[in-house]
Design a protein around this ligand. Structure first.
Ligand code: G3P
Ligand code: MG
Length: 261
């Protein structure tokens, strides 16, 4: 698998990124969801969310608490990885996925890392501040141990965390997530350049043509989330975005890949 080197794409269709895996058809952020994505030719990347367990394992889980997507309850940070592994992370979606558990980042990278690029979205927990640098170091260590340094996009709403990652290893690729409440009024290039990010990731309702123009004129790629319908994908293709995150990446693949960029 070739290295991931994001830049504004010219004459090429945008990357298709499976948001939390094929999360419309399998439980989000599980190996089942990522494996589905890996088996579909044309999907370039998966997105997943990471945070820490009590014993500081990097786990793949969107919410700070367990109950929406597993049989666990309360903050994941209060449980060891051994405890977390015992929860059923699939039945809430469909009984056929009852054997799915909350995976570690390492498990996911080992399973699909040779077939896909991975957007590792690092979740800051505002109610449980980690010691400075701890979360960043734990994530970087896992990615490095899995030989994925050149195939991962590190993304976060917490831009300071991305600055720390660039300080730890300037060759890693980072992407800022646009947080409307904090970031409104600042251009994508200003936000990205102050932490050395190469990608600007934005919600579809917040993205404007001028934001795309600003990012592209500074060599920054633009990814947009979460586009689940062909209609939304078609509209965003007219903006000239470089990546599209979707819960049903398989369904929008044709419209995106056939688009005349
Ligand atoms: O990375 C884009 C998107 O995943 C950010 O929002 O809440 O789905 O993690 P969320
Ligand atoms: Mg995410």
């Amino acid at each position: 698998m070739k290295s991931y080197r994001p830049k504004p794409l010219q004459n090429t269709s945008p990357y298709v990124i499976a948001h939390r895996g094929i999360s419309a058809k399998a439980p989000e952020n599980t190996l089942a969801s990522f494996e589905q994505a890996a088996r579909i030719p044309g999907i370039d990347m998966i997105e997943l969310d990471v945070r820490l367990s009590r014993d500081e394992e990097v786990i793949v889980l969107h919410d700070r608490t367990l109950q929406r997507t597993s049989t666990g309850n309360g903050p994941a940070r209060n449980y060891s990885m051994d405890e977390i592994r015992r929860f059923d992370a699939g039945s809430w979606f469909h009984p056929m996925f009852s054997h799915q558990h909350i995976p570690t980042l390492s498990e996911v990278l080992q399973q699909v890392g040779d077939r896909l690029w991975v957007d590792v979205e690092i979740k800051s927990d505002w109610l449980h501040r980690e010691p400075p640098g701890l979360l960043e170091k734990k994530v970087l260590d896992v990615v490095h141990q899995c030989n994925m340094d050149d195939r991962v996009l590190f993304s976060s709403f917490d831009h300071q965390l991305l600055a720390t990652i660039k300080n730890m290893n300037p060759s890693l690729v980072t992407g800022i997530l646009y947080n409307f409440s904090f970031d409104f009024g600042r251009s994508p290039s200003t936000l990205a350049e102050r932490v050395g990010a190469s990608v600007f990731v934005c919600a579809r309702r917040e993205l404007t043509h001028s934001m795309v123009e600003d990012a592209h004129s500074h060599g920054i790629a633009v990814y947009v989330y979460t586009l689940n319908s062909i209609h939304d994908a078609e509209r965003m293709l007219t903006y000239g975005v470089d990546g599209i995150l979707s819960n049903n990446a398989d369904d929008i693949l044709d419209v995106v890949k056939n688009h005349d960029a």
